[in-house]
Design a binder for this molecule. Structure first.
Ligand code: C5P
Length: 231
């Protein structure tokens, strides 16, 4: 558990927008300190946007979910190392050799393992992906493997955070997307909890996208999320 953080520091806003201009417009409207750049925005805006956010004293989570052979992922991590980002993601399904190669290459940014995407249901895991292990057990296995490879933490559903916290100890970072206030649109997310529940389950950081970025007033929505985390 990352200690001494207030809700403000624990909330990562997912900038799932198609341009640097749209991303910076959101940043201008929000008092958030931590932003996530995913595939869409990175492909559209590139590393220049990372530098801009860093100049503005923001923390940056580069969520590219790397998944390839160890040599290729390590080479990508050596490029990312120079970006000065705070969090980077790799898929646990790439295996231990890939995770170890990534960790050795990344140096300072904290490397987080993607366990099971929060859009995947237990039925999809077994029927479409042919993974017979129960979802919670499988996700925990990937997180434990990543911990053994030296990674700093895991991306998991808030529904799995309490079990992972028990299994992985107090210092392994748990970052949870799949956050939905009661009664809001799930979109493609499936294994969700509310902000307050995610905190209660032991999440260190909450990644929240559409409930803030697609809200009529993102600032009001951000304030509501902070209030919910405090509650
Ligand atoms: O809009 P929403 O709050 O669903 O956004 C969640 C964000 O977290 C998205 O950017 C998505 O790519 C990311 N994410 C996720 N599930 C994971 C890993 C990352 O939803 N397992």
């Amino acid at each position: 558990m990352e200690r001494n953080l207030n809700p403000h520091d624990r909330l990562i806003v997912a900038l799932d927008v198609p341009s640097a201009a749209a991303a910076l417009d959101l940043c201008d409207r929000l008092p958030a300190t931590f932003y996530k750049i995913g595939l869409e925005l990175y492909l559209a805006a590139g590393a220049g946007l990372i530098a801009t956010l860093k100049q503005r004293q923001k923390r940056v989570f580069l969520d590219l979910k790397l998944h390839d052979i160890p040599n290729t992922v390590a080479a990508a991590c050596r490029v990312i190392r120079d970006y000065d980002v705070d969090f980077v993601t790799v898929h646990g399904a790439g295996g231990a050799a890939m995770l170890t190669a990534a960790q050795e290459a990344i140096a300072a940014p904290r490397l987080l393992v993607v366990t099971v995407l929060t859009s995947i249901t237990p039925a999809q895991l077994s029927e479409q992906l042919h993974i017979a292990t129960p979802l919670g057990t499988y996700g925990q296995h990937l997180a434990e493997m990543a911990q053994n490879c030296g990674l700093a933490g895991a991306i998991c559903s808030p529904q799995e955070a309490a079990a992972l916290r028990r299994a992985l100890g107090p210092d392994f970072l748990l970052v949870t997307p799949g956050i939905r206030p009661a009664g809001t649109d799930l979109g493609d997310q499936r294994r969700t909890l509310t902000p307050a529940e995610a905190i209660a389950q032991g999440a260190d950081y909450l990644v929240i996208g559409r409930p803030i970025t697609a809200a009529p007033d993102p600032l009001v929505a951000w304030e509501e999320m902070i209030a919910a985390m405090e509650g």
